[in-house]
Design a protein. Structure first.
Length: 393
């Protein structure tokens, strides 16, 4: 197998797949399309003829053959130097997409490509150069680590799988969108059907974000090259493109989130009632106000709690944040709702305290709400000046 030298290092291009004769398949697909001497009736006729050609090349999927066309085009038309051509040779075969190869094959067989199609070809070739450069850099790093056993790159395997399934379909659909059609795909269901792992979502998101940002750049006129490349699209059509890409991103993000294996957290052992109230400080009795605190153990699991601070004449009504009720940590009440719980200063403590202790849950709450003093958000702290008045389960 021929090798190439880059920066004095020898690299082997990817192995080329040997294909059998196409004569049997050509009985059903026809021979390779030729556009030499073809005069299209109109744009619709051109779209139909190109679609047939795309179908032919997608059927046979000549990735290794396509790379020859890419290298020839880069050398003859783009005037690439030897180093750039070598980078194309060592780039992975999957980087040479069916769209890129098909367009160049059609061009070599007599089709006059339009500016937007040439722009797309150059973008794909730039991606191949980048991937070829990455391949060279990775190989150089591996040589530095020659003493260690080679590490299998699972990311390449995942990337290949998503490229062969969902991204392959999206590339084909993108071509249809460029030609004026608007095919749709449920990316979430497509990724499920391909049995892709959650990590694949980021490759789909990167693909869609790249195209979305390019389209947005052509709208905002940030890059003149993008403006020229997408000049054949109307502003309305560009926005439709962006909406399509946004939908793909949303589906991929949802797939990644739903497919992740969530590690089950270890359930926390409940703290005993005795341990919860062991450090709680409260006022057991207030002869001045003729009040006695209830057993603090009754607070645990209750959904309503009334307390009274004798020093500040502050009456507080706590409401639990859920049906599981309150808990106590140290000297503070926890698991209470900060929006529903309230604390108010009493002008006539005897009357209101008597109402709370003797009335039903509903009536006590109404009386408390009718107070005209300013409501404050309680902090849950219970101290030596606090009487534990009442709880409701």
């Amino acid at each position: 197998m021929a090798t190439v030298k880059i920066n004095g290092k020898t690299f082997k291009p990817p192995k080329k797949r040997v294909t059998n004769s196409l004569s049997l398949d050509e009985k059903y697909t026809g021979p390779e399309p030729s556009f030499t001497g073809v005069v299209f009736k109109d744009d619709s006729d051109r779209v139909v003829q190109m679609a047939k050609a795309f179908h032919f090349y997608n059927y046979f999927n000549w990735a290794s053959h396509f790379k020859k066309d890419v290298i020839k085009y880069a050398k003859d038309d783009l005037q690439f130097d030897k180093e750039s051509l070598d980078l194309l040779r060592v780039s992975p075969d999957w980087a040479c997409t069916n769209t890129l190869g098909s367009l160049l094959r059609m061009r070599s067989r007599g089709l006059d490509l339009r500016d937007d199609e040439l722009f797309k070809i150059r973008k794909y070739i730039d991606d191949m150069l980048r991937l070829g450069k990455n391949k060279v850099e990775e190989d150089l790093k591996e040589e530095v680590k020659a003493a260690k056993a080679p590490v299998f790159n699972i990311q390449d395997r995942i990337r290949n799988k998503v490229n062969e399934t969902v991204l392959g379909d999206l590339e084909d659909m993108l071509d249809e969108w460029i030609r004026g059609n608007s095919p749709s795909i449920d990316v979430y269901e497509a990724m499920k059907a391909a049995i892709l792992p959650a990590q694949c979502a980021r490759f789909v998101i990167m693909w869609a974000e790249k195209h979305r940002d390019e389209m947005q750049g052509s709208i905002d006129k940030i890059d003149l090259q993008l403006v020229e490349g997408y000049s054949h699209l109307t502003p309305k059509r560009k926005k439709e493109f962006i909406a399509w890409f946004e939908g793909i991103i949303a589906d991929a993000q949802r797939f990644g989130t739903n497919t992740k294996t969530v590690r089950k957290t270890r359930s926390k052992k409940p703290v005993s009632v005795e341990k919860q109230i062991s450090k709680l400080k409260y006022l057991k009795e207030s002869p001045e106000h003729k009040l006695v605190s209830i057993n603090p153990s009754l607070i645990i699991g209750a959904i309503e709690l009334w307390t009274y601070n004798v020093k500040y004449k502050s009456l507080t009504r706590f409401i639990a944040e859920s049906g599981l009720g309150f808990e106590i940590k140290g000297t503070s009440l926890t698991k209470f709702s900060t929006t529903e719980s309230q604390s108010r200063t009493l002008r006539k403590p005897e009357e209101m305290l008597s109402e709370v202790l003797s009335s039903s849950k509903t009536k006590a709450a109404k009386s408390f709400a009718s107070l005209t003093t300013k409501s404050k958000e309680p902090n849950g702290r219970i101290n030596e000046d606090t009487i534990i008045l009442k709880v409701n389960k």
